[in-house]
Design a protein around this ligand. Structure first.
Ligand code: AMP
Ligand code: ZN
Ligand code: FE
Ligand code: FE
Length: 289
């Protein structure tokens, strides 16, 4: 079982890297990628745990990016980077800037939320792992602790969603630039959960073909089509696009911990052939296999 998308408490997951690997083992996953948001800080601990438990580990990052659609609408795009060189400064410095901006963005959201709910940045800061990449889940956890909602998911559905008056978008790097940096770092780029923000009812003609063509021309290597948040009506379209451009196609869970999100380790899988393509193409870092 190959699962190439999972988070730890180095970003917004709930498991430590060691716990993640233990849980992957229990779930029957044989090859797992650690893909925390905008950081490589969990790799080392995950590699140690993977070595002792006999799990294959693909070090990765889920890079936060922004793209502008041809109609001028700005969208958030997550790009998975597999096996990039973690010492490649041009990429690492952009990730550090994103992590920094995620802190000020979270603080701005807390300022807005604090008008209506009993939460504070100090309380949130004391509850997250120092140095971890901050996201809305940290705010969701504070709302749970304050008794406003019962779970993270409820906080996302009722208060923290993108259309909410408390929502502030993070400042992150342009998608095209991220794809080029990942490739310059010797990594393989795969778009995480493509079209996650598109209404399930959107017509195929309304999907942003030009946006995908632009990213593929910039060097995008693959699409994570088998992910629970990819709209079912877009999957054939994405599959045809992948076929046309000979892209890598993956399937993964996007696990954030059992209480973090409903996604379960191994709920979607990547084929051994596609993993081989990633391994064959990456030149930035060695996998722990
Ligand atoms: P942000 O990165 O700050 O925009 O927050 C979005 C992140 O929260 C994504 O990585 C989601 O996968 C993550 N997340 C974690 N738990 C949940 C949940 N229960 N519902 C929705 N998103 C979640
Ligand atoms: Zn996340
Ligand atoms: Fe994501
Ligand atoms: Fe993710």
């Amino acid at each position: 079982m190959i699962d190439l998308h999972a988070h730890t408490n180095h970003s917004d997951g709930l498991d430590s890297p060691t716990e993640l690997i233990q849980n992957a083992k229990t779930a029957g996953v044989s090859v797992l990628a650690i893909t925390d948001h905008d950081t490589v800080s969990g790799w080392e601990e995950a590699a140690q745990a993977a070595g002792s438990l006999g799990i294959g580990l693909i070090p990765g990052i889920e890079v936060s990016t922004r793209a502008e659609l041809p109609n001028g609408r700005g969208i958030s795009v997550h790009i998975l980077a597999y096996l990039p060189n973690p010492e490649f400064e041009p990429l690492m410095s952009r990730l550090a800037a994103t992590r920094q901006s995620r802190v000020s963005r979270a603080q701005r959201m807390v300022d807005l939320l604090a008008n209506d709910y009993p939460i504070s940045w100090d309380e949130i800061a004391s509850n997250i792992q120092p140095g971890s990449t901050v996201g809305r889940p940290a705010l969701a956890d504070a709302l749970v602790r304050a008794g406003v909602v019962a779970t993270r998911s409820e906080a996302f559905e009722s208060i923290l969603h993108r259309k909410s008056k408390y929502y502030v978008s993070e400042l992150s790097l342009p998608t095209v630039e991220a794809i080029r940096l990942i490739s310059a770092a010797g990594g393989v780029s795969v778009m995480a959960h493509p079209l996650i923000d598109f209404p399930a009812a959107a017509a195929v003609e309304d999907l942003p073909a030009d946006h995908f063509e632009e990213l593929i021309a910039a060097g995008l290597d693959g699409l994570e089509i088998n992910h629970r948040a990819v709209p079912l009506n877009a999957r054939n379209w994405l599959g045809e696009l992948a076929f046309k451009h000979d892209l890598i196609v993956t399937g993964s869970s996007d696990y954030h911990g059992v209480a973090g999100k409903d996604n379960r380790l191994g709920e979607n899988e990547t084929s051994p052939e596609m993993l081989e393509r990633i391994l064959g193409q990456a030149t930035g870092f060695d996998p722990f296999l």
